[in-house]
Design a protein around this ligand. Structure first.
Ligand code: RET
Length: 273
């Protein structure tokens, strides 16, 4: 065994304690995680208070879906902070950091599989869309997150990392189509087009930042360090999750009458009578 391969093996067998030590010695990375844990905690308490008077079933469902966003987030960031969902990956030949051990916070991509469908569920309910459209958006979104996770975890081939990145982008296009083309018309019919329009723009603009960051960060062409990439995701998360959810809940709490239907168009395949 060469000296280099011995080091690689040692790093690949790094224990959680080694990973934790690496995270804690990187101020930028560590702070990007802990700031979000603190924020998610405050946001959860705030959202409980904001939703306490909501009574109608559809508004309640929007509220629960929205509440799940910071709840998943705090669990996700706690997983990162503990080192449980962070690992060292040896990048394949062709990658900018080929042969090097790169710290990968892969838990982020995994937990997006649970948080982003909640964002879409809340938006779909707000637009009072039909079940087929909601199912499309959510399953395409899960496809995007899982293939994005695969792109980050593949160490056998540089090309295949980008192939999975491309597949993930294709799923993302389907999500964008639903958000930009289908749901605005539903929201118009449901009388929620103003708030839906604001949240749609916020979501589309911020979500576009994630694949850009992935491509520029250590998983992609490695122009950005692990700490800077992590702060990029944390910043996007603060806006795409907490600010988004706050605006949505504030509107739902103040306009419960507009979303007080039982959400009967879900499942009926069309607009409510
Ligand atoms: C990846 C990389 C592969 C290509 C694409 C991506 C898109 C990710 C997105 C994530 C959104 C996350 C949010 C999290 C909130 O909890 C996986 C980065 C298209 C859009 C909003």
């Amino acid at each position: 065994m060469t000296a280099a391969s011995t080091t690689a093996t040692t790093m690949l067998q790094a224990t959680q304690a080694d990973v934790l030590q690496e995270i804690q010695s990187n101020f930028l990375l560590n702070s990007s995680i802990w700031v979000n844990i603190a924020l998610a905690g405050v946001v959860i308490l705030l959202f409980v208070a904001m939703g306490r008077d909501i009574e109608s079933p559809r508004a309640k469902l929007i509220w629960v879906a929205t509440m799940l966003v910071p709840l998943v987030s705090i669990s996700s960031y706690a997983g990162l902070a503990s080192g449980l969902t962070v690992g060292f990956l040896q990048m394949p030949p062709g990658h900018a950091l080929a042969g090097q051990e790169v710290l990968s916070p892969w838990g982020r991509y995994l937990t997006w599989t649970f948080s982003t469908p909640m964002i879409l569920l809340a938006l779909g309910l707000l637009a009072d869309t039909d079940i087929a459209s909601l199912f499309t958006a959510i399953t395409m979104d899960i496809g995007m997150c899982v293939t994005g996770l695969a792109a980050a975890l593949i160490t056998s081939s540089h090309l295949l990392r980008w192939v999975f990145y491309g597949i993930s982008c294709a799923f993302f296009v389907a999500v964008l189509y639903v958000l930009l083309v289908q749901w605005p018309a539903d929201a118009e019919a449901a009388g929620t087009s103003e708030i839906f329009g604001t949240l749609k723009i916020l979501t589309v603009v911020l979500w576009l930042g994630y694949p850009i960051l992935w491509a520029l960060g250590s998983e992609g062409v490695a122009l950005l360090s692990v700490g800077v990439t992590s702060w990029g995701y944390s910043g996007l998360d603060i806006l795409a999750k907490y600010v988004f959810a706050f605006l949505l809940l504030r509107w739902v709490a103040a306009n419960e009458g507009t979303v007080s239907g039982s959400g009967m168009s879900i499942g009926s395949g069309g607009a409510a009578p």
